[in-house]
Design a protein around this ligand. Structure first.
Ligand code: HEM
Length: 509
């Protein structure tokens, strides 16, 4: 940078700090509870940053949960110029995700989500509009439909067989890598038809690319401080990082689509068509409601599978196995259910988990105690409304603290922090008596599309691992001493990898 450009840059920065002050101060004053509005309770704020300082030093879901203990389950916080609503109880979650779902079904736009969604034409991040409805319908019918579910099960069976044959007795296995590999293979094969996990491109590895993309969802400074953030994001390199990571992912998606375009879709049998084949076919004609998929739509859907479907599923498998090993009582009871139910089988495909009630409870308890996306994906209000007598203004971002709700002793009892699958024996409904006591898949119109299929896949993988093998922690760690710390904001990972030693199960005659 020459001296003149440098000075212009500094002058612009100083000017923007001044503007930020004026802008934030003015918008804070404008957002102040006016006589006309009865806004939800809010912790005391500092000028410009609002409540940001109260969220530092701890994971965001924990900090928000602590604040909600003081300010209530319907709380308003301010980060920079943004006022946000924070939901922290089942009745309030029900208001947002059911009673007033039609108002709270929008998504908040962020810098990273704009780019990752090809300018908001996807399902996960786009606003609630006619285009989103068509795209979601398409994902439900073509990716989650029964035809694809059958293929997915077949792929899963093959993958588990490979895993079982590859495990060497008494050799430690990194379960983090193993679960991620299983899920990647399953999703890639079903959606993209090929083993794209083998990294067909130059650039970062598959796993790094996935981690880096999810990390972008933490947002940028300009998402909360538009004027000053503009400069900070440039100076800190955030914008460059976003562009680089997006370019890597975009090139990966291009490679998948280019490979498919080389094939003649008409010559491929219905059986052999993958999700991308189907999307390419659909992009050549309008559907019954006049919607036609364009190239950006197609890429946005592939991106959604990559972002939403892989890490989440692999993490549930990882946390389930970690809790099972840490709790030998649960492992014993679960293995005896799986082995008694299944009897002696020779092949993975003979495993049928549909009636394994304890297994289902174990997976549910995992989803409760280790809510994979602790704050879901922020919703946004479309128009002015009221909850519990409080006014909620249009375009208010809504954070739902699914992590706190699922661990609240006032709902789940004194042992809420304990892994205790039996609690579901007495709980009516899948996720609590009212259905809002835990929200691992969110709710309402923006709920996860894999709400039914994902737990079934987790159950199948866990059942097989526990049927064919007995497991213990590697390097002599005692089960009860296993480290269960988590980390992350968007998804909750396990701080210390889970390393286990398998021993092939010997049946007594
Ligand atoms: C156990 C695994 C999974 C968990 C825990 C999970 C969790 C979630 C959560 C919390 C949301 C946000 C819901 C809300 O905002 O209210 C979501 C949305 C979504 N999930 Fe999943 N998910 C999982 C697997 C998958 C899979 C395998 C797919 C398939 C591609 C998928 C596709 C989506 C999509 C497309 C959305 C956005 C829905 C919309 O905004 O309309 N998820 N998921």
């Amino acid at each position: 940078m020459d001296i003149i450009t440098e000075w212009s840059f500094i002058a612009a920065l100083v000017f923007s700090i001044f503007c930020t002050f004026v802008f934030t101060y003015t918008s804070q004053r404008l957002n102040r509870p006016s006589k006309a509005y009865n806004l939800p309770p809010s912790p005391p704020k500092l000028p410009i940053i609002g409540n940001l300082h109260q969220l530092l030093g701890k994971p965001r879901h924990e900090a928000l949960w602590q604040l909600s203990k003081q300010y209530g389950p319907l709380m308003q916080i301010q980060i920079g110029s943004k006022q946000m609503l924070v939901i922290s109880s089942p009745p309030m979650a029900k208001q947002v995700l059911k009673t007033q779902d039609h108002i709270f079904c929008n998504r908040q736009p962020f810098q990273a989500t704009k780019q990752l969604s090809y300018n908001f034409v996807d399902v996960v991040f786009s606003p609630h509009d006619a285009h989103w409805k068509e795209m979601r319908k398409l994902l439900v019918s073509e990716l989650m439909g029964p035809k694809r579910a059958k293929v997915l099960h077949r792929v899963l069976v093959t993958e588990i067989e490979n895993v079982i044959h590859s495990l060497s007795p008494n050799t430690a296995v990194n379960m983090n890598d193993m679960f991620l590999d299983i899920v990647k293979q399953m999703m890639c094969k079903v959606a993209f038809g090929n083993n794209y996990r083998e990294q067909p491109l130059k650039g970062p590895s598959w796993d790094v690319m996935l981690d880096e993309t999810i990390d972008l969802l933490n947002g940028s400074v300009s998402d909360s401080f538009p004027l000053l953030g503009f400069f900070i994001d440039r100076l800190s390199g955030w914008n460059r990082t976003l562009n680089e990571r997006f370019r890597n992912l975009d090139a990966y998606i291009d490679a998948i689509i280019d490979d498919h375009l080389k094939e003649n879709v008409e010559e491929i049998s219905e059986e052999d068509k993958d999700f991308v084949h189907t999307l390419l076919e659909m992009s050549s004609k309008e559907n019954a409601s006049g919607f036609r998929l364009n190239h950006a739509d197609l890429k946005a859907l592939v991106m959604n599978i990559f972002i939403a479907g892989i890490d989440t599923t692999a993490l549930v498998m990882l946390w389930a196995m970690s809790e099972i090993i840490k709790n030998p009582r649960v492992m014993k009871k679960l293995q005896s259910e799986i082995r008694n139910y299944t009897g002696r089988i020779q092949k993975v495909e003979e495993m049928n988990t549909t009636k394994m009630t304890y297994l289902k409870m174990v997976v549910k308890e995992t989803l409760r105690l280790h809510t994979p996306a602790p704050l879901l994906i922020p919703h946004e209000s479309l128009s002015h409304t009221q909850i519990d007598g409080y006014d909620i203004l249009p375009n208010t971002p809504v954070i739902i603290n699914a992590w706190g709700i699922a661990r609240d002793p006032s709902t789940w009892g004194e042992n809420a922090a304990k892994f205790y699958p039996e609690r579901f024996e007495n709980v009516g409904g899948d996720f609590g008596p009212d259905g809002f006591e835990m929200l691992p898949f969110g709710g309402g119109r923006r709920s996860c599309l894999a709400m039914n299929s994902a737990p079934t896949n987790v159950e199948f993988v866990i059942a097989n691992l526990l049927y064919w093998f007995d497991w213990e922690p590697a390097s002599g760690t005692k089960c009860e001493d296993m480290n269960m710390e988590d980390f992350g904001t968007i998804v909750l990972g396990k701080k210390v990898p889970l390393c286990l030693v398998p021993t092939k199960h010997k049946w007594k005659n």
